[in-house]
Structure formats: C-alpha cells, structure tokens
Design a protein around this ligand. Structure first.
Ligand SMILES: *Cc1c(COP(=O)(O)O)cnc(C)c1O
Length: 370
C-alpha cells in the first residue's frame, strides 16, 4: 500500500471551496502585504495560543530572528538551545550576532534537559530557546525557574508545536515569546511561507510590529532600523481557514500516534515516542528509534512507504557550525538520536489501514533480520 510521508493534497481537498473563497476576498480587497486579513489571523492565532498578542511575519526563521533582534544582543552574547533542532534555531541566533551554546537533550522527550542548563550559563548568556521538538513541549517549569534566576529571556521555538500543551498551557504562552512557522508541512501550514510570534508583553509586541515593517511607526516615519518581515495577505487568509480545523487535525494526529504505539509495542529493537506526564503532544513528527534505521527506511521505500529523518546530523556537527569547535561526543543523547531516528508517515488524513500497513512492513523487516 502506498503511504507518502506527508499528503498535503488530501488536506487541501477537504477545504478546497473555503480556501477559494478566502483567496478571492484577498484579491477583491487587494490586501496583499500585511493588512486586515493578517490582523484577523493574528487576533485568532493569539487567542488559540492563550496569548494576548500575535505578530505575523514571513517565516518561522524570521520570527526567531525578529525576537532575538528585539532583545538586543551584543556581539559575543550567548544563547542556549538544543543541538537536535532544525538549523533555523541556530541561524537566528547567529544572524543577530550572538553565539549558539548547545545543551544536550532528555532521552525520553528529546527536548532540552533542564538539569544541564545551569552549567552552560556564563556572564554572556542572554537567552534560552527551548525547542518543542516533534510537537511535544520542553519541561518549561524548571526552564523558567532557571531563566528567571539568571535574568535570561526565554523564547519558545514552537515551530513544530502548534496547539501542544504543558500542564494545560499552550505552546508559546509560557516564555517571553513563542515563535511559530507556518511552512506548508507544519501542523498549521500556509500555502507558501509564513510565521508568527506570540507574546503577552505589549511593549515587545509593539516593537516587533515595527521591526517587521522597517521600523516604522507610521508610513515613512522610521524610528528604528527594522526589516521587511511582513506576513503575506494570501497566507493569512489560508491560515485563518485552516486554524479552525487545527484542534481537530491535532486530535487525528494523536489518534494515529496511539495506533502506531499500540502496533509497535513490545518490539525489542524499536523505541516508540513517549508523551510526558505534563504534555499534550501534537505529533508534528512521529519518530521511532532503531539501530537499523537506514535498512528499515530502504525496506519500507521498496514497499512504497516513505519515511524521513529529523535530523540526520545535529546542528553542532554541521559543517556550517564547525567553527564553534563542538566535537563529536559533546552531546551524546542528541547524537545517538540522530543516528537512530526514523520519522514515520504522519498527518491527520492518514488512514488506519495505511498505519497498519506501515507497522506490518516494519515487523516483517525485523523478523526477516532476526
Ligand atoms: C520549521 C522550523 C523552523 C523554521 O521555520 P521556517 O518557517 O521554515 O522558516 C524553525 N525551527 C524549527 C524547530 C522548525 O521546525
């Protein structure tokens, strides 16, 4: 049975007419860059995230960058984050002149290990960016406690965690700011590039609104040097339609994950994802761990089942970050995970039969090998 890693066409088919209407309205109003559709989406997304403010921007990378810029890093300042993330987290730190400092992750949740943060703090540390990897939030209480004690900003990289919860609180609502990506494959995906920042800090929200629009308070009156990081009108209209279904789609992902978990339980050579007691996981990625990762991916591909790897090389071992001089072995949990992770097909429209077929092929591969 054919099982793609992701099926954006299936989702589009379910909302086709609503999307057409929404795009037509943007055309009729010629509201292409920023404007009323963006403002509408911001209002709804802020409330979805249990936050007071949302600021729409051009991408998740821009969201992280804009927040860090607004926190005014000095050259040589340090920002703590996890090494097993998409490179954008580290790039945003680098692009505002600061240095990414990595801290290893917890073996159960794959998120930054709070017990290791304090040792990484120096007089130059300005902020911590927990990354809510795969749709499960990092352990925020100890992170906030450490950050407050050392007067550090906390920026949640919630780019994979739209609607995820920590003790009932939504991703993005706990730190000083939360950053979201609406890249098409995310749990809430645009039909192009988009992102947003959420916060409860009115001053920060005002600053970010100016930053994303060339530092202008009103047109052609610039009180600071900003950038063009505005959200596109079409994207906001698409996102407003899709936001209404996000909770339902996240529930479908959770149900799919439960079926995977039950079908893959009790296999010695497979570790399935665990939902922490504090968490509501939204399974942006459903990643299992196995020592025979590459062989499983190949065997499944031969049966038309397509998997991913998130991520094959942790950020500290990427060529781009060689200059930081982090050696292999510095972050053993993140490195072991990078060698063992396989992301199985995961999206709301995945059928029970497709999931059964994926698990059947994994089991027959493992039996052939033993
Ligand atoms: C997707 C992603 C980003 C970047 O978002 P873009 O919209 O692609 O720029 C940043 N951090 C993480 C963890 C992501 O998954």
């Amino acid at each position: 049975m054919k099982v793609p890693f992701l099926d954006l066409k299936a989702q589009y088919a379910s909302i086709k007419d609503e999307i057409a209407d929404a795009l037509q309205q943007v055309l009729d109003n010629a509201a292409f860059a920023g404007g009323p559709f963006v403002e509408n989406f911001e209002k709804d997304f802020a409330s979805f995230c249990q936050c007071e403010f949302a600021i729409g921007v051009g991408s998740g990378t821009a969201a992280l960058w804009m927040v860090l810029l607004s926190m005014e890093m000095d050259p040589g300042d340090e920002v703590i984050t996890a090494p097993n993330t998409f490179i954008a987290t580290a790039e945003a730190i680098s692009f505002c002149g600061a240095k990414p400092v990595f801290v290893d992750v917890d073996e159960q949740t794959y998120n930054i290990n709070p017990d290791l943060i304090e040792d990484a703090i120096t007089p130059k540390t300005k902020a911590v960016i927990p990354v809510h990897l795969f749709g499960q939030m990092a352990d925020m209480d100890p992170i906030m406690e450490i950050a407050r004690a050392h007067k550090l900003f906390v920026i949640e990289d919630a780019c994979q965690a739209h609607g995820a919860e920590y003790k009932g609180r939504r991703a993005g609502s706990i730190g000083d700011a939360g950053c979201f990506s609406f890249y098409p494959g995310k749990n809430l995906g645009a039909y192009g590039e988009a992102g947003a920042i959420v916060t409860n800090n009115a001053e920060l929200a005002d600053k970010l609104r100016m930053f994303r629009d060339h530092g202008q308070e009103k047109k052609y009156y610039h009180s600071m040097i900003g950038w063009n990081a505005r959200m596109d009108g079409f994207q906001s209209a698409v996102l407003s339609v899709k936001l209404k279904y996000l909770a339902e789609w996240n529930e479908a992902r959770r149900k799919n994950a439960q079926l995977y978990n039950s079908l893959l339980a009790n296999l010695d050579s497979v570790i399935t994802p665990e939902e922490a007691d504090y968490a509501k996981h939204v399974y942006h990625i459903y990643a299992i761990r196995t020592r025979t990762r590459n062989a499983i991916i190949k065997a499944l591909a031969e049966k038309d089942i397509f998997c991913g790897i998130h991520y094959p090389i942790p950020v500290h071992l990427q060529d781009a970050y060689e200059f930081l001089d982090n050696k292999k072995g510095s972050f053993p949990v993140a490195e072991r995970c990078a060698e063992e992770f396989v992301s199985l097909p995961m999206y709301a429209e995945l059928s029970e039969n497709q999931i059964k077929s994926v698990c059947h092929e994994i089991k027959s591969f493992l039996e052939v090998r033993v």
